[in-house]
Ligand binder design. Structure first.
Ligand code: ADP
Length: 449
């Protein structure tokens, strides 16, 4: 096992990793920018190192500063969390070159899945169903039009290096294709330094369903069921739940087995998420995330498996925590991502939290690093915290979520809590009857009325 883990992240996920380290009896090192000197992860870690000024590129993405922090503190492993350097294959390799463990998958798998075109080819080869589309990158010329016509409009232009919904443009008709191609390519070039784009059939009303996997890197791999993340705004997840209201046990077992088998064949190491769109009973692979995800607590609540703790154990050479047969899905869990944003315009609302009361009681969990008097800095994402609620059934879970949302207090800044309080009372949400465009349509209706 590792002696000391450096947590190369901030906010709630840094705290989440810290909790796993404490339970495992592993010493922890927090790193922080000057803007985060008062952050909770810094206060609670055994040691902390300031690694630079507020902009992420000078601190949380600053590899030489992180290496120096490992050297100074004697850390032997690095947990990257999500975002920042978590899907940077080069970072994993540099750590290895310095005899430091990267708590994550093999660099080759991070690189493979980071290129969405290669990822799709790999998925196809491993027997995972994919969205119909171009076989590889497409140019702006006639070739793209021919492929688009073959797929059928509407088509989606996506960036090979994509992430966070950037570099994605819909072409409703042939007339829109040229503009969609050039806008997506330009966006991809400036966001990722790689302008290659590919085409996919644009699905009309799919759900976003993702399968959580865990691999030992030696050919053992299991799946831990699915999360339904269809409630999105600008391709960003807002509300996640598991199990999906749209799947039955047979469909779950079938897609889960397909994914687990693929991970066994790849000899995948650590936690990962295979993302699908699901429409008319069919699954279509869109991408794989080779890291812990924001919404991982949903799976923890329904399986009882601590994903971050297992991630650390497995990175240190440990075995999988359970066989596939031993994995049980118990009850239902929902996560709401509460952001420091205006609930109508979604304008970021950084600032000082004057009053803070996290809800509690049976089945209620808050993953957050904020506290009363904490100032949310303007430099990073706007997540205040995640409210995760578990119940024996989806109905019980919704009932509990309603009262937990009503109980929660975050004053001094604007948050998206009012949006969730409204959503949990919407008939379609209560019925589990929604798809990836539902939330945008709902928000458009709200602002019109
Ligand atoms: P990113 O890596 O930028 O998050 P993804 O490939 O994961 O991109 O897609 C993000 C979201 O975009 C999906 O959850 C879905 O809402 C939408 N999306 C992606 N591909 C398609 C498609 N072929 N048809 C319709 N919507 C899609």
């Amino acid at each position: 096992m590792f002696d000391k883990i450096l947590i190369a992240n901030r906010g709630e996920i840094a705290l989440r990793i810290l909790r796993a380290c404490k339970e495992l009896g592993i010493a922890s090192v927090a790193v922080h920018s000057t803007a985060d000197a008062d952050a909770m992860h810094v206060r609670l870690a055994d040691e902390s190192v300031c690694i630079g000024p507020p902009p992420s590129k000078d601190s949380y993405l600053n590899i030489p500063a992180l290496l120096a922090a490992c050297e100074i503190t004697g850390a032997d492993a690095v947990h990257p969390g999500y975002g920042f350097l978590s899907e940077n294959a080069r970072f994993a390799e540099i750590l290895a070159d310095h005899n430091l463990h990267f708590i994550g998958p093999k660099a080759e798998h991070i690189r493979l899945m980071g290129d969405k075109i290669e990822a799709k080819k790999t998925a196809k080869r491993l027997g995972i169903p994919v969205v119909p589309g171009s076989d590889g990158a497409v140019g702006v010329g006639d070739e793209a039009m021919a492929i688009a016509q073959q797929i059928g409009f509407p088509v989606l232009v996506k960036a090979a290096a994509g992430g966070g919904g950037r570099g994605m443009k819909v072409a409703q008709t042939a007339q829109d294709l040229a503009l969609a191609l050039s806008t997506a390519a330009n966006e991809a070039r400036s966001a990722f330094g790689d302008a290659s784009v590919y085409l996919e059939k644009y699905l009309q009303k799919p759900r976003h369903i993702e399968i959580q996997v865990l691999g030992d890197g030696r050919g053992g791999a299991i799946h831990l069921g699915e999360r339904d993340c269809s409630l999105q705004r600008r391709h960003q997840k807002v509300w996640e739940e598991g199990p999906s209201p749209a799947l039955d046990a047979a469909a779950r077992a079938k897609i889960g087995a397909t994914v687990a088998k693929a991970m066994q064949e790849m000899k995948y190491l650590g936690v990962g998420t295979v993302e699908f769109l699901y429409e008319d009973g069919e699954f279509y692979f869109i991408e794989m995330n080779t890291r812990i995800q924001v919404e991982h607590p949903v799976t923890e609540m329904i399986t009882g498996i601590d994903l971050v703790l297992e991630q650390i154990r497995i990175a240190a050479g440990g075995d999988l925590p359970a066989t596939q047969d031993e994995v049980m899905i118990n009850g239902h869990a929902i996560e709401c991502r509460v952001n420091a944003e205006n609930p109508v315009t979604f304008r970021p609302s950084p600032g000082k939290i004057l009053q803070y009361h996290p809800p509690g009681g049976l089945g209620v969990r808050i993953d957050s690093a904020v506290y009363q008097g904490y100032v949310i800095p303007p430099y990073y994402d706007s997540l205040v915290g995640k409210l995760i609620v578990h119940g024996k059934t989806r109905t019980e879970c919704l009932m509990r979520l309603r009262r937990a949302l009503d109980e929660m207090v975050v004053d001094g800044i604007e948050t998206t809590l009012p949006l969730f309080r409204a959503l949990v009372r919407e008939t379609d949400i209560i019925d589990g009857d929604y798809h990836i465009h539902w939330l945008e349509q709902y928000l458009a209706g709200q602002s019109a009325s």
